[in-house]
Design a binder for this molecule. Sequence first.
Ligand code: PRP
Ligand code: MN
Ligand code: MG
Length: 184
Amino acid sequence: PPWDDPSLGELIVPADELQARIADLGAAIARHYADRPPLLVGVLKGACIFLSDLARAIGLPVEMDFMAISSYGSATRTSGVVRIVKDLDIDLTGRHVLIVEDIVDSGLTLSFLTRNLLARNPASLEVCALLVKEGLQATSLDLAYEGFRIPPEFVVGYGLDVAERFRNLPFICEYRGGDPAGLS
Ligand code: PRP
Ligand code: MN
Ligand code: MG
């Protein structure tokens, strides 16, 4: 299996803890948006797995759209340049928008995205991030929903990749570096 890889390090969040936390997040989101079902905006590609589980944990008729944003490329450090690779299909005007992100690392992607989406005049805009790295964000970000705070190590799994690998691990673990097995 893909998790038998020497470049993978310590387990950071096991699969059952991810699922338990996502159930809680879904319930909290359902309470908050009970009278105004949200439009979930998933940030591809990293958030695809989280959004799939989260959407099913929200007992409301949500809508979904996706935006593809990239700043890491195949590297383990942000390039500092955030790029829209695919834009949304749905008009955000008057909508209650909930951004769904897998991880807030430097915070660059999210600050770019909130500025960009606010300019489209949504009725409200909030963020749900599964993971937040501690002590790395230059500016403070206002996260309405947050899954786990994790130490500032490069992590993979549950949507998070290095050079497109490891997104399908059902847990979050440390990436130790080196070449992922099979990559040349
Ligand atoms: C990763 C991750 C977040 C972002 C967080 O995306 O999925 O979107 O970086 O980093 P930041 O807070 O430093 O901006 P990436 O650019 O690797 O694209 P991907 O989601 O397609 O893997
Ligand atoms: Mn991403
Ligand atoms: Mg990535």
